[in-house]
Design a protein. Structure first.
Length: 190
C-alpha cells in the first residue's frame, strides 16, 4: 500500500515536472529584474552630466512601456479567470498586443543600454537579443504561459496563474528599480 502511494506520488511529480518543462516559455522576467538591479546599483559607473537629460527621458519611457506591458498582461490574465475561458481558443489580437508592447519595451531598453557602460551594455544587449528572438521566432517559443494560452495551445490555468504571479512581481520590482535609478540620476544633475 505504501509502495503504491509512493509510486503514484512520484509518477504525479514526474508528470507535473514534464508538463511544466513542455511549455515553450522563455521567461525573461528574472533576467530583466537582474539587469534593472545592475542599472540601479551602478548609476555612478555610467552617469555623466552630458548624458543626464537623455538618460532621464529614456528611463521614463522604458518605465512607462514596461508598466503598460505589465498591466496589459495582468488584465488579460485576470480576464481569462474571470470569464473562465477554456484553453485551446486562439486570441491572435491580444497575442499581437502583447508582442507589440514588448517590442516597445525592447526599443526603450536599447535606448537605455546605449547610454550605459560596456558591462551593462553587454548584459542589456544579450537580454534584448533573447527577447527579440522569442518575439520574432517561428512562434514556437513565447514569453509567458499567457502567450501560450492566447496562441491556442494547451496550458493549464494553474500554469498561467503561477507564471503571472511570479512575472508580475518581477516586472513590478523592475519598474521600481528603474524609478530609483531615474531618481539617482535626477539628484546627480542638480
Amino acid at each position: 500500500m505504501v509502495r503504491r502511494i509512493l509510486f503514484l506520488f512520484v509518477a504525479l511529480l514526474s508528470f507535473t515536472w514534464a508538463s511544466a518543462q513542455s511549455l515553450p516559455v522563455v521567461d525573461v522576467s528574472m533576467s530583466l529584474l537582474n539587469w534593472t538591479k545592475h542599472l540601479n546599483a551602478d548609476v555612478d559607473k555610467y552617469f555623466t552630466k552630458e548624458k543626464g537629460e537623455e538618460l532621464t527621458r529614456n528611463f521614463e519611457a522604458f518605465k512607462r512601456d514596461l508598466t503598460t506591458y505589465m498591466k496589459t498582461r495582468k488584465n488579460l490574465s485576470d480576464n481569462i479567470f474571470r470569464k473562465d475561458i477554456a484553453p485551446g481558443k486562439k486570441d491572435p489580437e491580444n497575442l499581437e498586443v502583447l508582442k507589440t508592447q514588448m517590442g516597445d519595451v525592447i526599443r526603450q531598453m536599447r535606448n537605455v543600454t546605449d547610454l550605459t557602460n560596456d558591462e551593462l551594455r553587454a548584459e542589456g544587449d544579450r537580454l534584448n537579443d533573447k527577447i527579440y528572438n522569442v518575439l520574432n521566432g517561428e512562434g514556437t517559443q513565447y514569453l509567458s504561459a499567457l502567450e501560450v494560452f492566447l496562441a491556442g495551445l494547451d496550458v493549464s490555468k494553474r500554469d498561467i496563474a503561477l507564471d503571472a504571479s511570479v512575472a508580475y512581481d518581477r516586472l513590478q520590482q523592475s519598474i521600481s528599480l528603474l524609478a530609483s535609478a531615474q531618481d539617482k540620476i535626477s539628484r546627480k544633475m542638480k
